[in-house]
Ligand binder design. Structure first.
Ligand code: 13P
Length: 250
């Protein structure tokens, strides 16, 4: 693949994993030494300390969420500085599971993007439509609203420090991957939307695809001109599958 942009494959463990998986994934990724793609592992936050983060060359650590607050009386929350202190370089913001079950609005996601950037973390900003929105013919209008909320709150220049991730909700955990053409259509739309603000930022920003990416469909997705890697759920819990998907992005 001859893209100039950074190619990234990130594994979102969601509320899964164990200390045994931490050990297996860490040692396995070190042994595999995958080059030419940035590999990111996003486990639940209690596991960060069990990764040897400061020694990591083979992959980076990412969190799945960040608190809106920098610290204080916010029970259950974890700040951006804490994530950075435990070796995280990335943080997923705006995953549809948090938008849906934790009522995170476009405005909250835009603010979490700001919090992540000010802690020196790279936000992986998720967006994507439900089947209903797509069927009703509102796909592009819906995505535009999600993305413009980020740009308005943070400025387009800040997207140079961000990663975008298109995750159609109907493809997450369903085994129903978007076709390469469906995903490419959205990725091209997103890049054009950003280019309307700043052509250079649009050219450089990595846009990942997420939603039932597996070893057997990863390459056809990653070969698309505007797909710069993937955000992987279920398949990131298997070392073998995650390695195969990461290699498909090279
Ligand atoms: P699946 O790969 O399990 O469909 O999950 C995708 C996802 O939500 C990654 O953030």
């Amino acid at each position: 693949m001859s893209k100039q942009r950074e190619i990234i494959v990130a594994g979102n463990w969601k509320q899964n994993g164990s200390l045994a998986l931490v050990q297996e994934m860490q040692q396995g990724l070190i042994n595999e030494a995958i080059a030419g793609v940035t590999v990111v592992v996003c486990p639940p936050s209690p596991y960060f300390a069990s990764f040897n983060a400061t020694q990591l060359q083979a992959f980076s650590l990412g969190a799945q969420d960040v608190s809106l607050f920098t610290g204080g009386a916010h029970t259950g929350e974890v700040s951006g500085d804490m994530l950075a202190e435990f070796g995280c370089r990335y943080v997923i913001v705006g995953h549809s599971e948090r938008r849906n079950t934790h009522a995170e609005t476009n405005e909250v996601v835009a603010k979490k993007t700001k919090v992540a950037l000010s802690a020196g973390l790279t936000p992986i900003i998720c967006f994507g439509e439900s089947e209903q929105v797509r069927d009703d013919g509102h796909l592009f209008e819906f995505l535009k609203q999600q993305l413009e909320a980020i740009i308005v709150e943070n400025s387009v220049e800040s997207l140079a420090q961000c990663v975008l991730a298109y995750e159609p909700i109907w493809a997450i955990g369903t085994g129903r991957t978007a076709t390469p053409a469906q995903a490419q259509e959205v990725h091209a739309f997103v890049r054009a939307l950003v280019a309307g603000y700043d052509a250079q930022v649009a050219e450089n920003v990595s846009i990942l695809y997420g939603g039932s990416v597996k070893p057997d469909n990863a390459k056809s997705l990653f070969d698309q001109p505007d797909i710069d890697g993937g955000l992987i759920g279920g398949a990131s819990l298997s070392l073998q599958d995650f390695v195969a998907i990461s290699r498909a992005a090279i």
